[in-house]
Structure formats: C-alpha cells, structure tokens
Write a protein that binds this ligand. Structure first.
Ligand SMILES: [Fe+2]
Length: 187
C-alpha cells in the first residue's frame, strides 16, 4: 500500500530559551496589540496582526522578534527545499505577529493563505493547562467521513512550521494563565 497524500509539520526547540523568552515577551509588550473579536465564531484574541499589516514598514519589535527565529528558519528551509518551488534564499517572511489568549479566549478556525509555510513559536505556554494549535485535515476520514484533527505535542520554547493552507484553530484557554504565541508566514 502507498499513501497518496501527506502533510508535513516541522518542530524545533529554541536554544537559550530563557533569554529568548525574555526578548520575545519584551517585544510583545512593545507591540501594537489590540483586542480582536470574530462575530462568526465568537472568538476573541489580543493581536497586533491587523495593525502590523497597515504599517508602512515592518515594526522594529517584529524585526527583533524575527531575529530570535533566524536559526530555526534556516534549519527549516534546509529541510523543506523539496516543498518549495524556489530557492531558499528567495523565501522570506511576508508577515509576522503576536497573539495572546487570556482566560475564555479562543482563536477560531482559519488558515494563513494558499501557498507557503507558516510558523508558530510558543512564547508563553503551560502544557498542563493550555492546548496546542489544533489542525484540521483537508481530507475527511475515508471510512466514515469524519473530520480528522491533529494536535502536535508542543511545549513552551518550541517552534513549528506547517503548510499555510491547513485550517487550524487555537482552542479556548480555560485557565487563568495567559497563552502567548509569535507567528509568521514564509513565502
Ligand atoms: Fe493561525
């Protein structure tokens, strides 16, 4: 038997996490974060995504945050070359943002566009109380037609890369501990 389709996901552990976390939290505090609600799914998050894309140039705090990701972007691009139609030196970050979920907040089902890969770094994440990003298979289970879900095993200080087109969501934070991620798209 062969498998017709597969969907890759990559995970790396950030080195010197204590220092990197301090840098990222500092940048998040400098961010253009606002509270955003989604009337369709009842979701609510804090994010600088919409303000960032309106900025004439990439904000300095985003550039500093992306520098923390540089070694892992390089590693990822080294491993992923078969999936991209252009050389890795022509692939860059097209957008980047932070997201914070306080108690009861959720980020509903969405994707990051039709092409390329996206990345999430778990900046403040308590795996005892927070849930990982939950991915939804583009294909239903072929025996029963059920929707398939995938939750990567992640902990604080992990960074993952996944195809931007895969639908995903961040489940409700049912704890009073805030959950913060830094995310970006590579095109
Ligand atoms: Fe997302």
């Amino acid at each position: 038997m062969n498998t017709m389709f597969d969907i890759p996901i990559f995970k790396y552990k950030i080195e010197n996490w204590t220092e990197v976390k301090a840098t990222l939290i500092k940048q998040f505090k400098n961010s253009l974060s606002e509270t955003v609600s989604n009337q369709h799914d009842g979701g609510q998050i804090h994010t600088d995504f919409f303000k960032c894309i309106k900025e004439p140039s990439i904000p300095e705090y985003i550039i500093k945050s992306l520098h923390c990701m540089d070694p892992y972007i390089v590693k990822f691009l080294g491993e992923v070359s078969d999936y991209y139609s252009k050389p890795s030196d022509q692939i860059g970050v097209s957008s980047a943002w932070f997201q914070k979920q306080e108690e009861h907040m959720l980020h509903g089902i969405h994707n990051h566009g039709a092409v390329g890969f996206s990345s999430i770094c778990y900046v403040k994440f308590d795996k005892d109380v927070h849930l990982p990003t939950t991915f939804i298979s583009p294909f239903n289970d072929f025996l029963f037609g059920n929707t398939d879900y995938y939750q990567p095993e992640v902990e604080e200080g992990d960074v993952i890369f996944f195809p931007s087109m895969v639908q995903h969501y961040s489940p409700t934070n049912s704890s009073n501990s805030e959950r913060i991620i830094f995310s970006y798209n590579l095109k």
